[in-house]
Design a protein around this ligand. Structure first.
Ligand code: 5AD
Ligand code: SF4
Length: 458
């Protein structure tokens, strides 16, 4: 064994084990990687089994009541592991820690610490406090924290694709949404810091980057030397890393500019795929939601995207049963889904959140009606997704290979730039290669294809 390897293994043996369980959005996945990096410097390495861990952190989501209930139930199971390992520490971090604060010490009596989304640098200090069995908490929000000097430990998304967080927080105050309260004001991460992280990912062989922010397209940096909007940042990255695929999420329709659409269309490595949450197809509901666009304005943006990128896939978020939503409003959402022709949707029943503007409105659509409307929306989305995939039969796509299919060891899978999953027979293609695949068959969620040429190993 080489001396360096020996030292490295020795160091690893001395390190404590950290298990992070992540709930909620992609931003939370990226945040867990920031947390893993901060705690690595404090002597922890990530592990995948909570039973092995010396420290368990639950990175939480507050967006819907059910998400919170699930975390409380899981928190009870995880804190019970302390019975067999008295030195184990358990913490709750992220949006629920921010929203519920010390109430969480009541709901989960076995937890030791709480940290909100802007307090992760303070985790080592909080942990020190817990060593005397004192409960520790920090939920202070910041107007400037972007963790710009932290190099996240990309341990969750494999070694082909990675998330890179470029901004934090939200200033939009959609009336239903808890995010501006749990994550604070919008702030953008400095360009140099973003480029440094992407360069490292490039050197490590990653092939696809998803730029993340609650409101990614309102990214803005303006100081004496630099002036960057989201399209200029995207262009800069696309030119420097022309061999990498670029995606981004989540975009607010009101901030989707013609500039951004043209940038997407100009650079072949910016994927022709966008997540553009509509929430509702009814103008009166959109107004009550404080979305700041009308259904007509939203559709104009869709037309613009399709004019410049005819093969783009568009996905969305839909909330059904918002306060005051009538049968007609619901039908307008159904009509919107058909007009926008979504490839994929995340569909939710409205869940009233304390402290939001909508919590002052009457949550007057019954759970039964919400359920029926949700089912109708889900059924329609399945029909639209299937039609989308059927239209691809006979077409050839370049696929970035991600690994072996879970169903069969003889099949591999990857994604098209439209973010569609393709499964094909193959045994020995290096993940991270690009292959050409002709689509022969499909289901609602997957394309099934045949390899038609050798591959471009990048
Ligand atoms: N109830 C239901 N869905 C919600 N979302 C946000 N807040 C709520 C809520 N109170 C959905 C929106 C958002 C997605 C991340 O979660 O569709 O785009
Ligand atoms: Fe959930 Fe929103 Fe927090 Fe993400 S930012 S974890 S979606 S509440």
């Amino acid at each position: 064994m080489k001396h360096d390897d020996y030292l490295c293994n020795w160091k690893r043996l001395k390190m404590k084990k950290l298990y992070i369980e992540t709930y909620g959005c992609q931003m939370n996945v990226a945040d867990s990687e920031v947390v893993a990096s901060i705690l690595k410097n404090d002597g922890y390495i990530p592990c995948s089994d909570p039973k092995e861990a010396d420290l368990i952190l639950i990175n939480t989501c507050s967006i819907r009541k059910n998400a919170e209930l699930r975390v409380i139930a899981r928190g009870k199971q995880l804190q019970a592991l302390k019975k067999n390992k008295h030195s184990l520490k358990v913490g709750v971090i992220g949006c629920m820690a921010e929203r519920l604060n010390e109430d969480l010490f009541e709901k989960l009596k076995g937890i030791d610490l709480l940290a909100g989304p802007d307090s992760y640098r303070n985790l080592p200090e909080l942990l020190k406090k817990t060593s005397n069995n004192v409960k520790a908490s920090d939920i202070l929000l910041s107007t400037t924290e972007t963790y710009e000097d932290i190099d996240p430990e990309h341990y969750q998304t494999g070694n082909i694709t990675a998330f890179v967080s470029i901004m934090r927080g939200c200033n939009n105050f959609c009336s239903y949404c808890v995010v501006p309260y749990t994550r604070g004001r919008e702030r953008s991460r400095p360009v140099q810091s973003i480029l440094r992280e992407i360069e490292q990912l490039n050197q490590q062989g990653f092939k696809e980057i998803t730029l993340l922010g609650q409101n990614v397209n309102s990214y803005k940096i303006e100081d004496a030397n630099t002036k960057y909007s989201f399209p200029t940042l995207l262009e800069n990255i696309a030119k420097r890393y022309s061999q990498m695929r670029l995606r981004f999420a989540t975009s607010h329709p009101k901030d989707l500019s013609e500039d951004l659409v043209k940038t997407m269309a100009t650079f072949p490595n910016i994927c022709n795929s966008i997540h553009l949450p509509v929430q509702s197809g009814s103008n009166h509901v959109l107004k009550a939601m404080n979305r700041r666009y009308t259904a007509e304005e939203y559709l104009t943006k869709i037309e613009l995207l399709r004019k410049h990128m005819p093969d783009i896939t568009i996905s969305t978020d839909i909330i059904t049963g918002f306060c005051g939503e009538t049968k007609e409003d619901h039908q307008q959402t159904i009509a919107m889904m058909r007009k926008a022709d979504y490839y994929y949707s995340y569909m939710f029943k409205y869940s009233q959140r304390e402290g939001t503007a909508a919590a002052k409105l009457s949550d007057d659509v019954s759970d039964e009606i919400k359920g029926l409307r949700l089912q109708e929306i889900i059924n329609l989305q399945q029909e639209l997704s299937l039609k989308h995939n059927q239209r691809d039969i006979g077409k050839t796509y370049e696929v970035l290979v991600e690994g072996f299919s879970k169903r069969s060891a003889k099949q591999m899978f990857g994604r098209t730039e439209q973010n569609k999953v393709v499964v094909f027979d193959a045994l020995n293609i290096e993940p991270g290669s690009y292959v050409n695949v002709i689509v022969e068959n499909c289901s609602t969620a997957t394309l099934k294809g045949k390899l038609i040429s050798g591959f471009r190993a990048v």
